[in-house]
Ligand binder design. Sequence first.
Ligand SMILES: NC(=O)c1ccc[n+]([C@@H]2O[C@H](COP(=O)([O-])OP(=O)(O)OC[C@H]3O[C@@H](n4cnc5c(N)ncnc54)[C@H](OP(=O)(O)O)[C@@H]3O)[C@@H](O)[C@H]2O)c1
Length: 230
Amino acid sequence: MNTILITGVGRGIGFQLVREFLERDYRVIGTVRDEAAQARVTQLAAELGKTIETHIVELSEQASVDRLKDALDDCTVDILINNAGVRGGSEDTYSELDLDDWLTVLQINTLSPMRVTQALMANLSKSNQPKIVTISSAMGSLARERSDSIAYRSSKAALNKAMQCLAVELKPQKIGVYLMHPGWVRTDMGGPNGDISVEQSASGLAATLINFDMADSGQFWNYDGERLAW
Ligand SMILES: NC(=O)c1ccc[n+]([C@@H]2O[C@H](COP(=O)([O-])OP(=O)(O)OC[C@H]3O[C@@H](n4cnc5c(N)ncnc54)[C@H](OP(=O)(O)O)[C@@H]3O)[C@@H](O)[C@H]2O)c1
């Protein structure tokens, strides 16, 4: 049985990804931030006749991520999905930009996926076909010129670059590294006017990412399998 670890599974896209991978008979490990979220995903798994292993992790804190690494011990992780993220406090333009808020967004959206990846590298290396999938956003694309949401856009642009570097470094070891845009999704983050439902996003992401191979590594992908411009 393949093992997948997904961050931020208590709600939104992460919650729906849990359903997708339990239905595909993966062993699913999820991170949440509180017991209420833990109860929600445990209930979801029970409804599907499955089980899920959850860990309470604050991804922006190294000590918390280290505890996750210790708890996983030497278990093989075939797929890591860095899903958790934040939008930041405002639709900031240059004139409104709150630098403290920007730092928080960078900490969670940019540094934390790399922090988790570092922590789980030994677990991933034990897999026959390891994949590191990071949920980014087309809002971080340099090909799109906009003036709003500086904190969020820059956090995802930096994330893309960091993961592209990682893809190059890990290619000789045959560890695939993939960036994905989930669509504009109707979640707490995406709001009610998003283009697609969380079900459409998660099913597209799951169907696309399980078919990734090393030739696809180091690229930016839409949830439906289309390649995106950086
Ligand atoms: N929705 C969209 O339209 C859209 C578009 C492009 C990209 N994305 C990306 O897709 C991913 C998921 O988005 P979503 O729409 O599902 O968002 P969401 O509904 O707001 O859920 C965000 C998830 O991230 C977790 N999280 C946030 N900060 C965390 C931290 N410091 N430590 C641990 N967990 C943390 C949250 O946990 P809590 O419940 O504990 O807060 C929650 O589970 C994000 O990376 C987002 O940037 C979303």
